[in-house]
Design a binder for this molecule. Structure first.
Ligand SMILES: [Zn+2]
Ligand SMILES: [Zn+2]
Length: 197
């Protein structure tokens, strides 16, 4: 194979299979790693591929990172963003638990996992097991009604003592937010839709 053919082959693999390590590539192409490096140099220079700890990947590979909240389309994320992973492994980012729960409700059948962060220690937790605090005095300036997530009920209750609010479970929190969204225009998401009464 000529270098150019090897490059075409490599691009095809990266497109079809995702990232590959240099040693994988050298085995597959039956050339030395040195040759692989020489082959990929122009691709790196043209920014067609990128090199990371996971190996080489295509530059325009869809990345999980932040294109904005897939519910309210806001580009900024709160301190406690939510991720929804669908059965087909697509990952959606939501700006905050408010959007996370509403989005979950909208696509419930497709959801494989919903993950949020503990507000206090930043650990990731399954949203279904989290405790939700609504109506606290602490305003994070994301979507209203605002929701904070905690892994421990005890900590949620302690936080509530300091900042007020109501602690709810997963299903309860969804119900409550839906109820309020239906009743009031208190949410700054979907402002265009809210104009319709
Ligand atoms: Zn949002
Ligand atoms: Zn939000």
């Amino acid at each position: 194979m000529l270098p150019n053919e090897r490059r075409q082959q490599l691009l095809k693999w990266l497109k079809d299979e995702g990232p590959l390590s240099i040693s994988d590539i050298s085995t597959r192409l039956r050339v030395s790693e040195m040759t692989v490096y020489r082959d990929i140099k122009p691709l790196l220079e043209e920014n067609k591929i990128v090199k990371s700890s996971g190996g080489l990947s295509l530059r325009n590979q869809p990345q999980e990172t932040l294109k904005g909240c897939s519910y309210c389309l806001k580009e900024s994320f709160s301190r406690n963003p939510v991720q929804i992973i669908a059965h087909d492994s697509q990952v959606e980012q939501l700006c905050c638990p408010h959007c996370g729960l509403l989005r979950f409700k909208a696509i419930e059948d497709e959801v494989s996992q919903i993950i949020c962060r503990d507000f206090l220690n930043d650990m990731t937790i399954s949203a279904k097991l989290a405790h939700y605090l609504l109506d606290t005095d602490l305003n994070l300036n994301c979507c209203e009604p605002q929701v904070l997530t905690f892994s421990s009920r005890k900590q949620a209750e302690q936080f509530k003592k300091g900042f007020g609010g109501t602690v709810l479970g997963f299903e309860e929190a969804i119900e409550e937010i839906e109820l309020r969204m239906a009743g009031k225009r208190s949410c700054d998401c979907h402002s265009s839709e809210e104009l319709i009464d």
